[in-house]
Design a binder for this molecule. Structure first.
Ligand code: A2P
Length: 274
């Protein structure tokens, strides 16, 4: 199962989050387990400081590079056109190749428009097969779409049982922007202990994590679960076999509390930040 390509790159239905992977051994274990379990995407970023170990893990696991879609992101310290291009060059040196490149956080206008100019050129030069954004809310997307020559294929945002931003999802669907969920399991915030999630997991005979991921996928979202444990990496891939009925989807939708576990992009909107 793969997504509809927008700018010529396939978005895998399952991508491994890697934000806390640091050492070569952790990377090799996680990347190897993910590949064996059918993950076809690996998500990294300059600020995770793991691009070099991720690349070495891909090589040492003998993964055919063309079978994998690797994402990286430009960090907030490179928010102008030249700096963003230099940041891409540095990330590309560490990763060997970047398939999808994202603006990690919007920051203020017009800075993100300058960064977008850099990403458009990288795309046109064939340096990245897909470009997009992360942590963009509707007003920021509206400004971006008004000025973009090349539209973002993807918006990677926090999304899980307790935080589903419906207006953002609707906007992205209307505009043909794929939504990828980071922290799809709630990043240790207690989502996996939600009683309604557990009830439906029991009824379906699967785990809460598989139910949480299937719920997002059935909402049309691409989940990006993070784990460094090979058993949980394999378990999470099992969401593909889960089908939640309509009454289950409705019950799970009732658990949305609109509570983030991560930073609010508007908190950084128009303000100074690291
Ligand atoms: P670990 O890396 O030890 O597996 P999210 O993807 O929402 O950010 O959540 C990541 C957190 O959830 C990590 O702490 C990860 O721990 C844990 N986790 C990942 N998969 C599972 C799972 N199947 N069951 C329980 N916890 C999980």
């Amino acid at each position: 199962m793969t997504g509809t390509p927008r700018n010529g790159v396939e978005l895998p239905d399952l991508t491994l989050g890697t934000w806390d992977i640091r050492t070569p051994a952790q990377a090799e274990t996680a990347v190897g387990a993910a590949w064996a379990s059918g993950y076809r995407g690996i998500d990294s970023a300059a600020c995770y400081e793991n691009e070099d170990v991720i690349r070495r893990a891909i090589d040492s696991c003998g993964i055919p590079r063309d079978g994998l879609t690797v994402t990286s992101k430009v960090w907030n310290d490179a928010h102008d056109e030249a700096a963003a291009r230099a940041a891409f060059d540095a990330s590309e040196r560490r990763l060997g190749r970047i398939d999808i490149y994202l603006i990690h956080w919007p920051g203020p206008v017009p800075r993100f428009l300058k960064v977008w100019r850099a990403l458009e050129k990288l795309y046109e030069d064939g340096r990245a097969a897909g470009i997009g954004v992360s942590n963009f809310m509707v007003p920021q997307l509206e400004i971006l779409l008004e000025h973009a020559r090349i539209r973002p294929m993807l918006n990677q945002v926090e999304c899980h049982l307790w935080f589903v931003d419906r207006p953002l999802l609707d906007f992205c669907r209307r505009e043909g922007i794929a939504v990828q969920a980071f922290s799809p399991l709630g990043a240790g915030s207690g989502v996996l202990d939600d009683p309604v999630l557990r009830e439906w997991a029991d009824r379906l005979g699967v785990s809460p994590a598989q139910t949480a991921l299937a719920y997002l996928r059935q909402l049309g979202i691409y989940p990006l679960p993070k784990s460094s444990n090979p058993d949980r990496i394999a378990e999470n891939a099992g969401f593909r076999n889960v089908r939640i009925p309509d009454d289950g989807m409705a019950a799970l939708a009732g658990r949305n509390r609109l509570v983030r576990t991560n930073k609010d992009p508007f908190g950084w909107f128009g303000q100074g930040y690291e």
